[in-house]
Design a protein around this ligand. Sequence first.
Ligand SMILES: [Zn+2]
Length: 286
Amino acid sequence: MTAWFKRQKRKVTTTEKKSVPDGLWEKCPKCEEILFKRELIKELMVCPHCLFHFRLDSGEYLRILFGDGKYEELNPHLRSADPLSFKAKKSYPDQLKAAVVKTGSADVIQTYVGAVGKRTVVLGVMDFSFIGGSMGSVVGEKISRAVDYAMQRHLPLIMICASGGARMQEGVYSLMQLAKISAKLARFSKSGGLYISILTDPTTGGVSASFGMQGDVILAEPGALIGFAGPRVIKQTIGEDLPEGFQRSEFLVEKGFVDRIVHRNEMKETLGKIIEFAHDGEVAVA
Ligand SMILES: [Zn+2]
């Protein structure tokens, strides 16, 4: 055997593999870069290499839009009932309790009044990590009250959407929320109110079929899955391959369902411009 197949040095030193504490690093699912979590948080959970937008919880959106400014939560006391005595693997009340512990929130949506730039707005933020962002009667009631609050005070309404659809544990009560919210938003629109919806990953099912798509202006984060039924269900139903990028924000802008894609670090500024434009019609949205 020739020399170069033989290990010449007897003692090969290897560096000890350092263990990485859990949660310190995050792998980008799009470009597969390993990202330092602390840096990623500074970048509003957007990959600096490929601009992939990681999902955010509602608290992080509050920091993005309200910053250090004052804001107040509206109707924080609302809780889900269990009208169907629903039980699958777990009972519905147990599932709710577990979700509250996991997220620290009382339900999927939190509604607030606070200032974005110079204007006071009413804001709703959904959290997908709370039972898949499912829309039950609490979501319906909170949005309904937020719309009333905005209507009475002539304030713009902003909804940050993230949802897998209706909450099956509440059955038909959940589906009724589509009609309830849609009716309220129609009244808000007739009264001259400005409603901006922001679709984040994912916005599907009953939310896309109601207030997600009912904004006067519909914005979306880059690469978000937006649709009614998921791509797998559609593919199985029609038995055909779906086009590249189907149901992603970019595809929906092209088809006219979404007005504009907004990068997370431009969200506050863009909202400020739209609100100013609607208010006095003079500021151009670049
Ligand atoms: Zn990336």
